[in-house]
Design a protein around this ligand. Sequence first.
Ligand code: PBG
Length: 333
Amino acid sequence: MSPVSPAPFPAARMRRLRRTRALREMVQEQGLRPADLIWPLFIREGTGIEEPIPSLPGVNRLSLDRLEGAAEQALALGIPAICLFPYTDPALRTEGCEEAWNPENLTNRAIRALKARFPELMIMTDIALDPYNANGHDGLVVDGTILNDETVEALVKMGLAQAEAGADILGPSDMMDGRIGALRMSLESAGHPDVAILSYAAKFASAFYGPFRDAVGAAGRLVGDKATYQINPANAQEALACVARDLAEGADMVMVKPGMPYLDICRAAKARFNRPTFAYQVSGEYAMLMAAAQNGWLDGEKVMMESLLAFKRAGCDGVLSYFAPRVAAALNA
Ligand code: PBG
């Protein structure tokens, strides 16, 4: 399939099909639908609380009653899934991260409450220890080293507690080796064969996660960086090897993260494996666009649409985005 018209000018005039809106819409190759969106939401304890996150304008930490309002909004807008990220009480953040697999932790209570009221809304969770870790890392740290296999055991306990609470999609974002296979086999033996895994397969060691770390309260705690487990931003082949590995271990869907600076990885992952592929338009991407829009430097509505359409063009099936409710409302208008 050649993208180049075979005819020379003037037989081919590309502008003929750009002349009117109707013609442009007839030949539009890609489209964005509310059904392509997953909406990440931050949750916290309390009632009646919508706590702004300064580095993520327009995004709030929600108490569980307010989360139900957001879930209702998602359904009304045609957004099929939300993804939960907890802000854990600092007193519950420990070196052992035990709160991560507490069946009564904030996330698990949220899942149960949501599934009871909105069974048709898909609930995705995050599997990584950072919201529960005294030192902000995704894995267990002993003497300054992140332990792989011990972390995988902890992550499996965490994932099983989420599945038990009713999560539909588990999202391991930790980048330990072997976690997808361990989680998949444990889900099978624990009687959760239908719980899906959306693996953060190609997750890069990125500075674009800054505002997220503010949102979950991990920023001030993080000791060092995540370069021993997240992928070097220079490495595409390694990222594709991670996608291959996670699919082979039983991931149903894979994710590339961050999104916009890694569209080449999205394209390559979809082309090579042809499995459900998602991008995460991460907190720093959202913050950049919002900051420029708030300064009047960019048209916020237009860059939102353009940035999300880019993921579809690159081959993604869907996108996790903090813009989800706004973009869905615009698409439904
Ligand atoms: C943690 C996790 C991160 C994000 C999702 N899960 C941050 C990190 O790895 O430090 C980032 C999402 C975003 O920036 O929007 N496991």
